[in-house]
Design a binder for this molecule. Structure first.
Ligand SMILES: [Zn+2]
Length: 211
């Protein structure tokens, strides 16, 4: 996922991060298991795993003593809070829906955000109830597209402080994209046609607007 990759890399601790401690057990944990293929996790042989050939595990970096601030940790620097409704596909009093700026490998990728500067655990009971209703409506809207078989719903929370709930559509018939590796396939597959992408987004926005 091109757009998501940026989010993920932005939240990766930098090279200069100081290790929290250096006890021997931790050091052992940080070592790759081995260069041998037999030491790799079983999922590298799953049909959905997008890579094959020689692989080895990266060393796990030492944990940092303090987590770095997420983007928008200070509301005055939050991109979502300073983006007008015109940049969104749909909005109402408390929620807004947007897409990444360009088509990617999946027929639909959309992101639901609260209008207020809130993370998942900050939501009021009313916000939480609305999130549940909107999640179901969006899943139904996206899955009703002829080209879509399933909809993955994800909230990672590592990159941004302002809640983002992702909806990722698996194209119909592409069984190899089932499961957690679909975000990788989104970046690997050629982008869907711009016209199809726009039509899909307009369809979903119209579905939400039709109360
Ligand atoms: Zn915000």
């Amino acid at each position: 996922m091109r757009y998501l990759s940026g989010v993920a890399s932005a939240s990766t601790p930098g090279q200069n991060s100081k290790p929290a401690h250096s006890n021997p057990k931790q050091q052992q944990r940080n070592q790759p298991a081995s260069g041998s293929r037999s030491e790799l996790p079983a999922f590298v042989d799953w049909p959905a795993f997008p890579f094959e050939g020689d692989m080895r595990l990266k060393s796990l970096q030492d944990p940092v003593s303090a987590e770095p601030p997420r983007r928008g940790a200070r509301q005055e620097q939050c991109t979502a809070c300073h983006t007008p409704d015109s940049a969104y596909l749909w909005s109402n009093e408390r929620w807004r829906l947007k897409s990444p700026p360009a088509p990617s490998g999946l027929p639909v990728v959309v992101i639901l955000e609260p209008r207020a500067h809130l993370d998942l655990g900050d939501l009021s009971t009313m916000h939480a109830a609305e999130l549940g209703v909107l999640t179901v409506r969006l899943e139904r809207a996206i899955r009703s597209l002829e080209s879509v078989a399933q909809v993955h719903v994800n909230r990672w929370g590592d990159g941004t402080a302002h809640l983002q709930q992702w909806f990722l559509a698996r194209p119909h018939g592409f069984l190899q994209l089932r499961g957690p590796f679909m975000t990788m396939w989104d970046e690997i597959l050629p982008p869907v046609e711009e016209h199809e992408w726009q039509m899909n987004l307009e369809y979903i926005a119209a579905w939400l607007a039709d109360d």
